[in-house]
Write a protein that binds this ligand. Structure first.
Ligand SMILES: [Zn+2]
Length: 416
């Protein structure tokens, strides 16, 4: 069955869940293929891509990623020593995972992005920038943490599932209004990130890498990049760095009972994979194919609702960030004639945060007698370097806004 047919079938299954389509008996055979069991949880989940297609697509996509990098003059896999180290860490972790028989492959791309990623099908990529930018290159446990996280995404088949969840969102009429948003997509991937973190911490511990080194990565990232979702791309799809420190700190405590020492593989790993306090107990009960597929469609809908909850949380966080930015700066101003005869607003903005402020926005609100805003204007103050406690000056021309009787000045945004 090709991807399009699978998607059509999933649409029909989803429609059944929303109660607006007739049941077609002929579909029942499709359910096993459409809703395979999740390797980690044992639960059925909708996945528009078959495993065979997943591996085939990842192999092709992987080859073109590497070919494109080389075409741009970016070296790939040239540091043989580092590559061998990555392969060894990957092999040790993949061996104790729920999906040992994939064609596992890791590549090192010599470019500065602070990231590692997977395209599913066992293909993992590290950018050079991840070493030093995110993880300590001299610490195998930190490399293993990122590797195990990516392996977690592959084992949980997140690449295919996000397609299923986008479909669920489209079909759910309530979701229609907000499905286009980046925030929604980011919220989905945040749930996947949390799952990959859980699986990753478990796998690395079973393979003999110390899980208590994981939270340190996020504490350091928080210090370096802060927790503003806009300030650093890496934080956007993932939990905010501060959150992730707290979460992985808890996970590492749970995982410690499965860690048998540096370089020591846990001999009971097979039993632990089926039941542990990170990914829970693997479900085994066998429902009828069709009922199981309906259940999987319902579960997919549930995870859509979870993503909506996460989206609201994120919206709240972003509003909070805005308020914090206002509290983190103090703006003063006075009106004065300019040298060219116009009236100007001349102000100072003081940095009350603990970070060096690079850009700031001051908003000038023109208000009428009733205090209503009749016009607003943003003054962008860019390429600054205001140290904590220090001030920078700003100015803008006073406009002649009909109906306005005064101005109110606010700071609305700071970035560092
Ligand atoms: Zn991830």
């Amino acid at each position: 069955m090709n991807a399009v047919n699978r998607i059509v079938l999933i649409f029909v299954l989803m429609a059944l869940v929303s109660g607006c389509a007739e049941l077609d008996q002929g579909l029942s055979k499709g359910s096993d293929i459409l809703a395979p069991r999740d390797y980690v949880t044992g639960k059925r989940e909708l996945n528009p891509i078959s495993e065979k297609d997943e591996v085939q697509q990842a192999t092709q996509a992987g080859e073109s990623i590497l070919a494109e990098a080389r075409q741009r003059g970016v070296a790939v896999d040239t540091d043989k020593e580092m590559l061998l180290r990555l392969q060894e860490i990957m092999n040790r972790i993949a061996k104790v995972s729920h999906r040992t028989n994939l064609p596992w492959e890791v590549h090192l791309i010599e470019s500065p992005e602070v990231n590692a990623f997977t395209i599913g099908g066992g293909k993992i990529f590290f950018y050079r920038g991840a070493f030093g930018g995110l993880i300590d290159p001299n610490n195998d446990n930190e490399i293993a943490a990122v590797m195990a996280h990516e392996i977690g995404h592959v084992v949980a088949r997140h690449t295919g599932k996000s397609m299923g969840q986008q479909l669920a969102a489209k079909i759910s009429s309530k979701a229609k209004k907000s499905t286009g948003g980046d925030l929604y997509r980011a919220s989905y991937s945040t749930l996947h990130e949390d799952e990959a973190d859980k699986i990753g911490v478990l796998y690395m511990s079973l393979a003999g890498y110390d899980p208590t080194d994981v939270p340190g990565i996020w504490a350091r990232a928080n210090k370096k990049y802060g927790s503003d979702p806009k300030a650093h791309n890496y934080a956007y799809d993932h939990s905010l760095n501060e959150d992730r420190f707290v979460k992985t700190n808890t996970l590492s405590v749970f995982a410690l009972s499965y860690y048998k020492g540096q370089g020591v593989e846990n001999a009971d790993y097979k039993t632990i994979l089926d039941s542990n306090n990170l990914t829970g107990k693997k479900a085994t009960e066998e429902g009828s194919g069709f009922a199981a597929a309906i259940k999987a469609a319902a579960d997919t809908y549930t995870s859509h609702v979870e993503a909506k909850t996460e989206e609201h949380k994120r919206q709240g966080q972003m509003q909070q960030d805005k308020l914090n930015a206002q509290r983190l700066s103090k703006v003063t101003y006075k009106m004065q004639n300019t040298t060219t005869g116009y009236k100007g607003i001349f102000g100072n903005i003081q940095n009350l945060s603990n970070n060096v402020v690079k850009n700031a926005t001051v908003t000038v609100l023109y208000v009428n007698q009733a205090g209503k805003v009749v016009h607003s204007e943003d003054v962008l103050i860019q390429n600054l370097s205001i140290l904590p406690g220090q001030s920078a000056s700003w100015s803008t021309l006073l406009k002649n806004v009909p109906g306005s009787t005064g101005i109110v000045v606010q700071t609305s945004d700071l970035t560092w």
